[in-house]
Structure formats: C-alpha cells, structure tokens
Design a protein around this ligand. Structure first.
Ligand SMILES: [Zn+2]
Length: 261
C-alpha cells in the first residue's frame, strides 16, 4: 500500500478538489430547486449581483470577502467554504492513500458526489435520485477504468458484490422498518458499497459500521438532551457517506493493522 504523501499528486489533487468542491456547492444549491447549473452565472443570493472573477475563487474569495457579499454585505453561507475544503481534503487524502493512481479519479468523483449529497440531505432531508445515479454510474465507470489499468479485475467484482450486498441489506431494513430509513438511503448505500468494495470485501462492513457509529453520535446527543421525539429525524445519508469516505481512506490500513473483519 502506497501511503506516502507525494506533493506531485497531492497539489493537483487539492486544486482539482477545490474547483470541483466549488462546483459541488452550485449543484447542492440549485439542483434541488430544479434550476440550471450554468445559468445564471454565480451571483449573490441576496442582491443578485453577478460575481466578478476574483470573487469566485474557491476558499480564497470567501476569506478575502470575510464571508460577505461585497455589494450588499449579506452573509455567504460557511457551507460553501466547508464543502470546498472537505472535497479538497478528500482528493488530497485519496492521492496519498490509494495503492494505485488509476483509482484516484473514481475515488475523487465518488467522494465529491457523496459530499454534495450529504450537504443536500443535511439541509433538505432528501437525496436527489439524479445525483445518486450520476455519482454511482460515473464512479462505477471509473472503477472499471481503474481495474483495466491495474489489471485487478477481482477488485471490480468485489465492488459489484459490495454495492449489491449493501443495497440488499438496506432494502431489507427499509422493508422491515420503513420509517427507520428512507429509500434514498438504500440507493445511496449501494454507491457506498461500490466504493468500499473495490478496496476489498472486508472494507465494506468496516465502512458501514463507521457510518452507524457516526450517526449514533447526534442520535445519542438528542436523547441526552431529551430533545428526541418522533419528529426529530436525523438524516442518515451524511453519516453513511462519511463512513464510506473514511472507510475507503483508512479501512485497508485499519484492517491490515488490526486483522479485524
Ligand atoms: Zn449581495
């Protein structure tokens, strides 16, 4: 496993991550409203003024503008900054942790898609089917390219099994406890299983377990604060996505070090 940090790969990966993360904020913002992704160009949501080129640079513009529109002073959501930084962190992370660069485009696309879906699920409690399908289809195609490049076709079979197994398990949960999870979670977990499965079948249960553990934190916090009731639904998607990303980044190393799973 190639786990050393190579600037030659990390730097372009980070820049691509900032750019794609910035596009991801546009997708997360506009797609649920059914708006065009390209028109109108980037503008302030409050006063509608079109952004100048320098106001549209990921992270840097947010810091230079101190998180406010330069015309009307309206606050720019820190979600924009967070999504750009998270996407870049994922791209840099995968550039250093994957055994082969052949798999890097697939893991960048999958993590970027999962971050967009998480942002939408947190805000609107939905996982738009189109984004789940695009992330899954593009990710699967790029994993096929990765297997062709590395000659490791077993990894592709493992990805298929991981995706199908996760889908089947969550479909069973959905049918047994329909109010426990949404069908969006069933679709999403198939993408997570694909992502984890390419790295080895043992990474799949580890990634899912991470998702459940992460989701239990806010759930337990709500119970502790006595705020939990039937209406306080916690979106599951972002935690499944986080489990898949963290599991893909560190799962193989955790399994290697501990011999678990
Ligand atoms: Zn404005």
């Amino acid at each position: 496993m190639n786990t050393h940090f190579e600037l030659v790969a990390a730097l372009p990966a980070g820049i691509a991550g900032l750019a794609i993360g910035s596009f991801g904020t546009v997708v997360a913002d506009r797609l649920p409203r059914g708006e065009s992704l390209s028109r109108p160009g980037s503008h302030c949501d409050s006063c509608g003024r079109a952004l100048r080129a320098w106001e549209n640079v990921p992270v840097l513009s947010y810091l230079l503008l101190r998180g406010r529109c330069s015309s009307c002073g309206a606050r720019i959501s820190p979600r924009v900054l967070l999504m750009e930084l998270l996407t870049a962190a994922c791209f840099v992370g995968f550039s250093g942790r994957l055994a082969s660069y052949w798999a890097l485009p697939a893991y960048c696309v999958l993590s970027a898609g999962l971050i967009v879906l998480s942002a939408i699920d947190f805000r609107l409690r939905r996982l738009p089917t189109a984004i789940v399908y695009w992330t899954g289809a593009l990710g699967a195609a790029l994993l096929l390219v990765a297997s062709a490049g590395t000659g490791d076709w077993g990894a592709l079979v493992s990805a298929g099994i991981g995706g199908a197994a996760c889908f089947a398990v969550f479909l069973a949960i959905f049918m047994a406890v329909p109010r426990g999870i949404g069908f969006g979670d069933v679709r999403l977990v198939a993408v997570c299983g694909l992502m984890l499965g390419w790295l080895g079948l043992r990474v799949v249960p580890l990634g899912l377990l991470l998702g459940f553990v992460l989701a239990s934190v806010p759930a337990l916090a709500l119970v502790a604060l006595r705020k939990a009731n039937r209406k306080s639904q916690i979106p599951f998607g972002p935690y499944l996505a986080a489990g898949a990303i963290v599991g893909s980044l560190f799962g193989p190393a955790i399994i290697h070090a501990t011999g678990l799973f």
